[in-house]
Design a protein around this ligand. Structure first.
Ligand code: UDX
Length: 432
């Protein structure tokens, strides 16, 4: 089977490389010639553990190619759509890249194709794609699979190769058969495949992301309560997470969720639900709770600082093991601190050059943890990078005049910090 993946962002590149690893013949198509040249040289444009090795392995095995040539839309039997569906101003998903891909397919396809939609798309998109192709290329037949992707940045390769489940929405028996063949290497290992209608598959993706986001917003609100009543959020999360009906995943309190999916997908589900007259109060509350949280996170620093002080921000990305800054909690924290007259020295294991929205005369980038700590009046951990988790807290004692640490990810032990004489503020736990 030959497959062309349209779009080489996170989802497209990971899907292309992993499907090649299954033994399928894959072309990853993108309009960005620079990106394609880089990929053909075996290098990748994103930070994703294990992905570059997988790309190199499958390039040299001859199963994976990268191209800007639209004739690959006809070369393949299956076309996977993995283009971005960014957020529009009204909260809905912007489908212009998807619509562009559909027009390209209608222009270049000369034989019947199976279209697999991996992009996160609004409810009813599979039908819209089918209707549109019937109009644009009436002589051809297109079967439509909705196959939402659940991979997380930072563990995307493992998530693709060893998923909890695969969700397949289909509109014809041929679509179902094609999807079953593509995922045979996973189903033969016992990984469950859910077959359903296209719209159900589309909703599963929005519902899964919104539910996870809701759990995070919930545990963050419980963390706020903990701070007021001298309870410990880590113990609360353990105590409720040990209930098998609840589980411990996605109950890590922190500075609020960010990234390319949770903020966008909760807004998109909210938009869709409102539009059809069934607004979701829980999704709305999740969005609001997370927005308010991110806005007030800088207070933990400001309550302990004077204007003109220097704050070391440890971690700019929205979580560890990614170079992605989209909707990162570090953005509102730094913005507020700058407005209050603070100077920022940032350090991130993956960000080596300051870019927007961090370009400002009062923001500099340190090349090491030590350099950032030395120059700071207060050190704030915003991302839970391994490098920070392995840090000896004595570094604060040795390098700071009045050691003051704000830990938004509960990386350190409050008792150790107290014993060391560090003023320590974390999330949902008593301050040391
Ligand atoms: C998410 C979904 O998990 C994935 O299934 C989907 O395909 C894409 O969106 P991702 O955005 O890569 O993946 O990151 P994830 O690890 O889920 O974290 C999202 C945000 O929630 C991050 O800001 C993270 O720091 C935060 N988070 C996560 C918490 O604050 N607490 C938690 O317990 C878990």
């Amino acid at each position: 089977m030959k497959i062309t993946v349209v779009g080489t962002g996170y989802v497209g590149l990971v899907a292309g490389a992993c499907l090649a690893e299954f033994g399928l013949n894959i072309c990853c198509l993108d309009k960005d010639a620079g990106k394609i040249a880089l990929l053909n040289s075996g290098k990748i444009h994103i930070h994703e553990p294990g992905l570059q090795e997988l790309v190199q392995h499958n390039l040299s095995a001859g199963r994976l190619k990268f191209s800007t040539d639209s004739s690959n839309l006809d070369w393949a039997d299956v076309l996977i759509i993995a283009v971005g569906t960014p957020q529009s101003d009204d909260g809905s998903a912007d489908l212009s890249f998807l619509n562009g891909a559909i027009s390209d397919i209608a222009t270049h396809a000369k034989t019947d194709k199976t279209i697999m939609i991996k992009s996160t798309v609004p409810l009813g998109t599979a039908k819209m794609v089918s209707d549109k192709l019937k109009l644009l290329a009436p002589m051809l037949n297109f079967d439509i699979i909705s196959n939402p992707e659940f991979l997380r940045e930072g563990s995307a390769v493992r998530d693709f190769l060893e998923p909890d489940r695969v969700v397949i929405g289909y509109n014809t028996s041929k679509a179902k058969e094609v999807a079953a063949n593509i995922y045979k290497p996973l189903s033969s290992k016992g990984i469950p495949i859910t077959y359903t209608k296209n719209t159900t598959a589309e909703l599963i993706k929005y519902a899964a992301n919104s539910y996870l986001a809701m759990r995070i917003a919930f545990i963050n609100e419980i963390a706020d309560i903990c701070e007021e009543v001298d309870a410990d959020i880590e113990e609360v999360a353990d105590g409720i997470g040990q209930d098998k009906r609840i589980g411990r995943h996605y109950l890590r309190a922190g500075p609020g969720y960010g990234g390319s999916c949770f903020p966008k997908d909760t807004l998109a589900l909210n938009y869709a639900a409102e539009k059809i007259g069934t607004p979701s109060k829980l999704v709305q509350a999740t969005i609001l709770s997370n927005e308010l949280r991110k806005e007030k996170m800088a207070d933990k620093i400001l309550n302990n600082l004077k204007s003109g002080n220097t704050v070391a921000i440890m971690g700019l990305t929205f979580k560890a093991d990614t170079d992605d800054l989209r909707d990162s909690p570090s953005i509102p924290i730094i913005k507020t601190l700058i407005e209050k007259g603070c100077k920022i020295i940032a350090y991130d294991p993956c960000i080596k050059i300051l870019c927007e929205p961090f370009i400002h005369e009062n923001i500099t980038l340190a090349t090491s943890i030590e350099e950032a700590v030395e120059k700071a009046d207060i050190v704030a951990f915003v991302t839970e990078w391994n490098e920070f988790q392995l840090l000896d807290p004595k570094i604060f004692i040795n390098n700071m005049k009045n050691p003051l640490v704000v830990d938004y990810r509960n990386i350190f032990d409050p008792f150790i910090m107290k014993n060391l004489g560090v003023k320590y503020i974390s999330v949902g736990r008593k301050n040391a």
